[in-house]
Write a protein that binds this ligand. Sequence first.
Ligand code: ARG
Ligand code: ZN
Length: 854
Amino acid sequence: AVIRREDYTAPAWTVPTTTLDFALDPAVTRVRARLSVERSGAHDLPLRLDGAGQRIVSVAVDGVSVNEWRIEGEQLVLPLPGDAHVIETEVEIAPERNTQLMGLYASGGNLCTQCEAEGFRRITYFPDRPDVLSTYSVRMTADKARFPVLLANGDPVAQGDNDDGTHWAEWHDPFPKPSYLFALVAGDLAVNRGTFTTRSGRTVELGIWVREADLPKTDHALHALKLSMAWDERVYGREYDLDVFNIVAVDDFNFGAMENKGLNIFNSRYILADPDTATDYDYDAIAAVVAHEYFHNWSGNRITCRDWFQLSLKEGFTVYRDQGFSADQGSAAVKRIEDVRGLRAGQFPEDASPLAHPVRPESYLEISNFYTATIYNKGAELIRMMATILGPERFRAATDLYFERFDGTAATCEDYVACMEEAGGVDLSQFRLWYSQAGTPRVSVSLEHEPGSGRATLNLAQKVPDTPGQSNKQPQVLPLKIRLFGAETGEALTDEQLVILSDASASVTFETIPERPIVSLNRGFSAPIVIESDRTAADLAFLARHDDDPFARYEAMQQLMLDTLVAATIEGKADHEAVIAAVADTLDNPELDPAFVAEAVLLPSESFVGDQMSTVDPNAIHDAREALRRDLGRELEARWRTAYEAGSGRAYAHTPEDKGRRRLRNVALGYIAASGAADAAKLAYAQFADADNMTDRQGALTTLVGTHSEERDAALDIFYQRYQGNSLVLDKWFQTQALSSADDTPQLVAELARHPDFSLANPNRARSLIGAFGVNQRAFHAEGGAGYRWLADQLIALDALNPQTAAKLLPPLGRWRRFDPTRAALMRAELERIVAHPGLSKDLFEQASKSLEG
Ligand code: ARG
Ligand code: ZN
C-alpha cells in the first residue's frame, strides 16, 4: 500500500517505557518485551503494534495472559479498556536466517542489529514509527564463550555470569528514542579505547569494537571520532550526552553506517584502515562517515523525524554538517569539488530519471527506497543555500534555536525552516519550493556590455524541468554568488556578490565597468543547478586561469572540457587546443595545490558527458574522451612525467601534502598511459610492485586494467593472491575490473560473477561488482543488451536474499529514456521481466515499476 505524507496522524498510543529481555542465540533468539502504553487523547482505537517475521509465543496485558488480540496484515491489534496498560509479548526470531540484514542478524559469527527505517518490527512487536519515543532498558543473555561482549544503547548498568555457561548484561538509555535507533551487539570483539572530555567536563569513554585481528586498523577512526566531538562543540555548540560512545564494525551491512544512540554500527569499510589496505580516499571517507554518524547524535537522535517524509531533516542537515567537518580538516576547495562531483554523478541523474522525487517526498511504497542522493545530498545543498542566505552568524543562531526548541522531539522539515526564518530574520516562503519541487533547475545566463556607458547587464532566466507527477513548476529561490573579471586586464571588476534569483527571469546591472567583463558564476556552487551560458572557450580558459574562487576555476575548466567533448561526440570534430592549453597552464602554475591540480586536469566522466546530451551515445562519448585523453597525454607528456616524478620516491606519510602529491601522481600516470607511451605499462607495473601504500597500488592497477598488456594480468593476479582473505581489499579487485574501460569488461564481469570469492550475500561484494558495472556507461550499454540482461538476472537473484540492496542497484536500468530506441527497448524489456518476476519484494517492485512509467 502506498503511504502518503498528507495522511499523517499522531500516534493513538504512546510508549513511555520499554523493557527488553533477549535470550540471544543465532538459531532461535527469544525476545520478551514489556511496554508501558498510554492512550493519547480521547479515542477508542485499539493498540496496533508492527511486527514481521516473528513467531508469537505469548501476549499479556497487565500481567495476565490474553487471547483477545488479532493479526491484521503485519500488525498485532489489541483492544484495551483503560488509558494506561502494561503489554508483555514474547516472540522468537531466527537471526542466522536473516539475509535481508534488517532487524537482528548474524555477521561473521557475531550478532548485531539494523533498525532504520523499519527493522525493529522484525525484532519485537512495537509501534515502529519515528514519532513514538520511549525510554529503553535492555537485558541480554548469551553464551559467554561465543559472545563475550554484550553491548546496547546508552550506559552499561550491570552484568554477571550464570551457571550454565551463559552471561548477561543490562544497559539503560536515559534518552527517549524512536525504535529505529535501537541497537544491540553480541560477539567476540576486541576494543580500541579512548576518552574525550566534553567542554562541560564529562569524561566519555570511547570504544571501537572489531575482530581482534583488525584492532591495528582502528586508530584512524578513533582519531576522527575525537576530532568530530571537538568540532561539533566548537562549530555548533553541541556536546555529547552519555558516559560511553561505542562503535562496532561489521562486514555485512546494507549501507554505510548507523547512528544508534550511543552504539553506532558501521560497515567495516568505513572503520578499518592502514596504509597497506586503504586508499587516501578510504581514509577521508572513514573520517566523514564517523563524523556523520556522530553528528546525528544531535541532528537525528536528540531531534528526530516526525515521519519518514521528513528524512532529509536529519540526513540533509547531517550531510551538510559532515561536509563542513571534512572541509575543515584539509582543503575546503578540494572537498567542495568532490562533493559537487558526487552530486552530479549521483543526484542530478536521479533528478532527471523516472525515480526523481522531491527532497520531502509525497508518497512511497517502501521507505528504504528513499535513502537517496536527493534526500541526502540535495538535502544538504538546501541547508547550504539557507546558510548562504543567512550568513554565518545568523545561521548559527538559527541552528541554536532549532536545537533548543525541538530537543527531545520528533520534528519536521517545516520546523527547521521556520527556525531559519525566525532567527535569520528572512522570509523563506518561496524557498520552501526546494522541498516540494523535484528536478534540477536550469539557469540560462548572458552578459551584455556597452563600452560607451560602462554599463554591464547580466540576464538570468530559470526553468525547473518537469518530473514524474510534477509539471509547470514555479521559479525557485537561487542564491548565486557572482563576480566580474576584465577580459583584457584579468583584474576583478567587482567584489563577490550574492544575487538571489527568485523570478523566472531577472537582470542585474553593473555600472562603471571599463572593459569587456567575463562573469564568474555560481561560485562555490552556491546553488545546485545547471548553468547554460554563452561563455566562449576563450572566456572559460580565462576563468580557469584567473578566477580567484578555486571552485569556479575548476568549474570553468570542466565546462571547457565538457563543451569540447560534447562537440566532438555530436559533430565528430576534435578541437583540443583550448583544453590542452588550459591544462598546461594549470600544471605550470606553481602556486596551485597538487590536490587541486589533480581535480582540475581530470576529464569529466563518460556518464557526465552523456548527461549533457539528449540521446546518449556511449561509444561515441568513449571514443571522443579517449581521443582527448590521448592528445592531452601526448602534447603534455613532458609535464606529466615531471608531475609524476615530483610525486615519486617518497616514503608514505598520511599528511594532506602527501595525499595531494599521490593524487596528482596517479592522475599523471593515467595520462602517460593514455598517450600510448611505450613504457607506460612498465611504469605502471613498477609503481604497482614498489608501492608502499594502497593508494599507489590501486592507482597503478586502475591504469593497468585499462590496458591490454601482460602487466595487467600479472598485476591482477598478484593483487588477488596478496589480499586473499581481506574482503575489503578483494572488493577493490572486483570493482576495479568492473569499472574498466577495456573492451572486454562485459565478458569479464560475467565471469567474475562466477568467481568463488563472489557472493550476493555480502552487500559490499555485490555492490563492488554489480554496482560498479551499472555505472560503467560504455560496458553496461555495450551493443546487444547483454549487460542489461546480466544486471536484471543479478537483481532478481539478489532480491530473494536482500531486497533493499537489490533495489539500490536498479537505477541504471531506469535511464532508458536517455538512450536510442534500440537500447531503450532492451532496457524496458529487462524492467518488465523484473516486474513480472513472481515473489518480487516491494522494494524492487517499486523501483522497477516506477522506472517503466516515469
Ligand atoms: N541513518 C543512516 C545514516 O545515514 C542510514 C540508514 C539507512 N537506512 C536504510 N534503510 N537505507 O547515516
Ligand atoms: Zn545519516
